[in-house]
Design a protein around this ligand. Structure first.
Ligand code: PLP
Length: 455
């Protein structure tokens, strides 16, 4: 018997896969994951306080999903959509469309959030061409925002730190300010502020020329760029009204806010929103398979079909294994009561975070719905003065929490005119009351350490 040669890839100090990511520091190797916890090979345990990047909605290691995937693997792991239909994709499309508002019942599967957003941008454009409005090509977006890393999705992403380098190719789309009404210091009510932010869309449409605008894209509840930004209630109806008035499609990017994350199946469900196109990913596959979807209204899809079909598609679109995972995730979401638990645990977590603002005055603007909850880290909580950049508060919070076994999501955003550090807590939707307490305890210790560094 001879000894097995060590793998040259996994065991080198810097594996080849590592070279493309920002940090040069090597992360520990993951061993296994279950529920809200992840264990690494060096024997450490982490609380997944952000579900990865808000992905693991039903929690890690769900046996029913794994079994459903195994059953599908025995049948077919791949079937090309131009050659065959497949049952998991058909069934998942049927169930997803039942969860959508209005007549949004045309489902186009993809493998991730960026692909879903690319698909929405292309569908909006092809709809314009198909309906005899070829001058409409612009997609107005918000600043700051995040809609994905591919070139089209980057063009509607409002975060200069991510887009600037690629600007000539991404042909930056027009942007309006995200409705950060919670920070405004004026005499207006929240409702008036909501209308004021929405009216900025009308102003932008008029400035660009209504005949050139195909769509407006927004997250109903903000994610990566705005740390769980919740607009005032009045915002949504006014946005819809403006889109209707100028014949512009409304795209809701629910990649992060969808799939029960905010305590309802869609973020927009909190306001009975009726967008024309919805993009989803993350939670619908919950980390078990790369899965995303663009769901559009018949009104948008029919003219495109009349033109000969959507001129778009991906090799892995509607993959039977990914869709079987998606079906099982959807089942588990209902079985485990994810929407209800997200709503209840979210209320508890928001109260806990409010409590932390008293202990740590550099935390301000606690916000969110369900288990998508964020806050800013500031020098002055009254006027949201940013912390000095050289304190690297976002990176320090990430590191201090990581050292203590907690994963949080934290960024410093360029593009909102301020450059605020923020963080998000978004644990799996199956978290218990005791686990919320455990997570907040570790967060408190991490903030305590950060407070010393900020002094
Ligand atoms: N849209 C939103 C709202 C997101 O939060 C993200 C990812 O964070 C994306 C799109 C891109 O998704 P992916 O990273 O799966 O391509």
């Amino acid at each position: 018997m001879h000894a097995k040669a060590p793998s040259p890839i996994a065991r080198t100090e810097q594996p080849a896969s590592h070279l493309f990511y920002g940090s040069r520091q090597r992360r520990p190797l993951v061993e296994r994951a279950e529920g809200i916890y992840v264990w690494t090979q060096d024997g450490r345990r982490f609380i997944d306080g952000s579900s990865g990047p808000m992905v693991a909605n039903i929690g890690h290691g769900n046996r029913n999903v794994i079994a459903a995937m195994q059953r599908q693997m025995e049948k077919a792991t791949f079937a090309y959509r131009l050659h065959f239909e497949n049952e998991p994709a058909e069934e998942l499309a049927r169930l997803l469309s039942q969860k959508m508002p209005g007549d949004l019942d045309r489902v186009f599967f993809v493998s991730g959030g960026s692909e879903a957003v690319e698909s929405a941008i292309k569908l909006a454009r092809q709809w314009a061409v198909a309906t005899g409005q070829p001058k409409r090509w612009k997609v107005i977006c918000r600043m700051p925002s995040y809609h994905g890393g591919t070139m089209g999705a980057l063009a509607v992403t409002g975060d200069l730190a991510l887009t600037e380098t690629f600007a000539p190719q991404t042909l930056a789309m027009p942007a309006i300010p995200a409705p950060t009404a919670y920070r405004d210091r004026d005499n207006l009510s929240m409702e008036q502020r909501g209308i004021r932010y929405a009216d900025m869309l009308e102003e932008k449409i008029l400035a660009e020329g209504p005949e050139s605008v195909a769509a407006f894209i927004m997250e109903p509840i903000g994610g990566a760029a705005t740390a769980a930004l919740v607009p005032p209630d009045s915002y949504f109806a006014r946005i819809r009204e403006i889109c209707d008035q100028y014949g512009i499609l409304l795209i809701h990017d629910e990649v992060m806010s969808g799939a029960a994350r905010t305590g309802k199946y869609l973020g927009g469900d909190h306001w009975a929103c009726r967008p024309d196109i919805i993009t989803m990913s993350k939670g619908i596959g919950s980390g078990y398979a790369p899965l995303g979807a663009m769901i559009a209204s018949r009104r948008v899809v029919e003219p495109v079909l009349d033109m000969g079909g959507f001129q778009h598609g991906y090799t892995y679109a509607g993959n039977p294994l990914a869709c079987a995972a998606g079906l099982a995730v959807l089942d588990e979401m209902e079985l485990l009561g994810c929407e209800e638990n997200a709503a209840a645990m979210g209320d508890l977590l928001i109260a806990e975070l409010q409590g932390l603002t008293e202990r740590f005055p550099f935390i301000a603007g606690v916000r969110g719905k369900g288990l998508l909850i964020g806050a800013d880290m500031v020098a002055d909580p009254q006027d949201f003065t940013p912390l000095p950049k050289d304190k690297h508060a976002n990176q320090r919070l990430l590191d201090l929490a990581y050292e203590r076994g907690l994963i949080v999501y934290s960024r410093r955003i360029r593009g909102d005119g301020l450059g605020l550090d923020n963080f998000i807590l978004a644990p799996p939707l199956i978290i218990t009351k005791e686990q919320v307490g455990e997570m907040v305890g570790v967060l408190g210790d991490s903030l305590e350490a950060l407070a010393k560094e900020l002094d």
